[in-house]
Design a protein. Sequence first.
Length: 405
Amino acid sequence: MATYVDPYTGVTINPSQVGYESLTISVDTTLQWPINGNTASVVANQIDVTATVGSLKLYLPPATQVSTGTSVIIRNAGANTFTVVDTSGNTIVAISSGIIQYIYLTSNSTQNGTWSTLTFGAGTSSANASALAGYGLTAINTTLNQAYPITNVYSNYTFVSADRSGFFVWQSGAGNFTLPSAATIGNNWFVMIRNNGTGIVTVYPNGTDTIDSNSSAQLQLSESFVIVSNGTNGYNTYGYGQSASFVFTQLNKAVTGGTVTLSVVEASSLIQEYTGILTSNCTVVLPPTVQLYSIQNKTTGSFTLTFTTGSVGASTLTVGQTQAVIAVCDGTNVYNSNTSNVAGTSITLAAGSAASPSLNFVGNTSTGIYLPTSAQIGFAVGGASAMSLSSAGLAVTVGISGGTF
């Protein structure tokens, strides 16, 4: 870093400064160091500046011509805000009416230099709003104001820490947003998302994080929400603007068994898809409200998936693996809205399994007919294979009981 020293003593010196100057400016003005006989528009110790019009710039001279520590006190003596800039026009500080700024040089390694500022205020202490403004804030004169910068997105995007408080607008077909780890990003980090495209936008959390206790969230066309990190294991949303044209949402729920109680938010999705490897029979408890559901069982494992309201003695609905049904909840009972009346010449069933045969019976859904493999018919009794029929003949797994053959 260059400095200027007394050739006799070796002590760092500054050019002699004018003690005081009063400037009235009507155009952008460049200051000069008080060297080589400069007397007009010089950098004095104290400068009172009156700008006759707004948005003017006051240029400081090259930083390389003086030593670090060189300073100036500038007071805005007029009614209009002006901006102090370096020699290339980069903003150092905007000074509002009545405000006093102490400006000092911390590095003179370049023409522009590095400058720091300290606000003296006007009668009372006042912070530099520009220096305080962070994510979600912008400085307007001496005040901090909310700011949500808008970013248009056209392809899959993964959020980063610096996206805090941003408003992201999807502008393409179907696509994905991926959130950072809630534990890494911290509590209260947030972004706003709007689907302004032509396909569904899916928002995925990171790792095992969740969104409103779900594994993902979807935005239909023209929908939007604000999503906020809880700082530990997921995100919560609010301000969900649901499309009046696309009113259905889909729940993708991974289950492994036991009793799973849906939250109100989860149960509000009329289309529900269940996945995961079942290690035991799984019972899904729906809210005791009147509702219609489209349910698809995509689980694996030799166990059942049953839906109930939890009401004692109420009807329940077991959905076989690979099956999809339209279910009706009357507030107490859960029914399969499909009936046994078939209009047509044929009916196609899902393959099913021994545990959940495709063709079964009310009250005994683990007994019926299923497809073990291609070109074979299987008969299940109590959730286990009893016999099968193929081109090779009839194979009775459990043996023949009674009668003579």
